[in-house]
Design a protein around this ligand. Sequence first.
Ligand code: 4AD
Ligand code: MG
Length: 433
Amino acid sequence: MTVNKTTIAEVYKYVDQEVKIGAWLANKRSSGKIAFLQLRDGTGFIQGVVVKSEVPDEVFQTAKSATQESSLYVTGVVQKDERSPFGYELLVNGIEVIQQAVDYPITPKEHGTEFLMDNRHLWLRSRRQHAVMKIRNEIIRATYEFFNEQGFVKVDPPILTGSAPEGTSELFATKYFDEDAYLSQSGQLYMEAAAMALGKVFSFGPTFRAEKSKTRRHLIEFWMIEPEMAFYEFEDNLKVQEEYVSHIIQAVLKNCKLELHTLGRDTSKLEQIKAPFPRISYDDAIKFLHEKGFNDIEWGDDFGAPHETAIAEAYDKPVFITHYPTAIKPFYMQPAKDREEVVLCADMIAPEGYGEIIGGSQRIHDHGLLKQRLEEHGLSNDAYKWYLELRQYGSVPHSGFGLGLERTVAWISGVEHVRETIPFPRLLNRLYP
Ligand code: 4AD
Ligand code: MG
């Protein structure tokens, strides 16, 4: 009889049939008569049951002596198992050890964060990290789905650039042969050029911020989704954002049930996240904070994490904070009509203390004003010549935003710190592994 070689994700197709699976031994419990093998193969986790009285003696001995993270070929019969969240188990009848692992460093006991981060290349194999990575993947999949359905074109901006959209203080400088260059901190300026060519565009790529911040929300290298739309004004921009975020939440709820269960995520808080989202102006947010007893903030200051959290707690959905002071936002934002001191921008603040997940705005489309702003910000050099030219040849109102992938994954997964939401986090003082 030929045995079906399959994966754990596909065992549901082979109930009561014999299959062969390549797997690693994640964990094990055994007694004199029975061994329970927690098997993983990347596609999922399944329990293998080895009953001494039903298998040749050497199979039971192999099961008993197999070590954590040894690689195996396991054969067995797939059985429905209503008690496990996965729904299936494997009645094992054969085990071939490919490589016996010795002293796997991450044991089932508790380990400290620094130890786990030093072993990130192995920690990724754990059930919890597996679940977070699957949710990250689903958010990426649902992102492409959403923007493709809405007629956006994916455009890839460069990583090596000469420009600094988000201010010059957090740039990673490098050499481009004889020229000075920076790693991209945002693809936005290039996406504006792309929107003038393709109408509605989005990017998805790595961005770099040499930020000396050591918080649960900050990475040095993070991934951003940056849509940009020609002829979209302030309110049109917010609509895209709330529909996009609703879409990814609903996709994760639908397609990552097991992963959310593994993480112990309270999904009732996610189920209610549907467009539209509430909006509060910066002015009203300042008043609200004063009412809540925050005397450390005045009009003109930027919000810190405690302020954002206090505002977010007033809502059960993400909230847009709109119309920030011009002085604390980047040079490219369009001022409000009849109110030069605030800009047509919005930050989307996630619930449950996860902070800002989106920053976006309408962009200045007047050539004279943009030129003036670049000068005020000390950015009037040749690197921005092409960006200004976009305002000379058929300039139109346009808007866009950037969603930080890792903060979004952290929120939806319910994990505390962004370091668990990217395979190999780049943090202050961490470039290894
Ligand atoms: O608010 P930011 O800086 O906005 C921009 O870069 C705009 N140019 C985007 C645009 O309009 N196209 O960053 C956008 C988002 C933030 O809301 C946050 O989610 C995330 O990127 N982000 C970070 N995530 C992790 N670590 C950091 N150091 C981050 N800095 C920003
Ligand atoms: Mg921001």
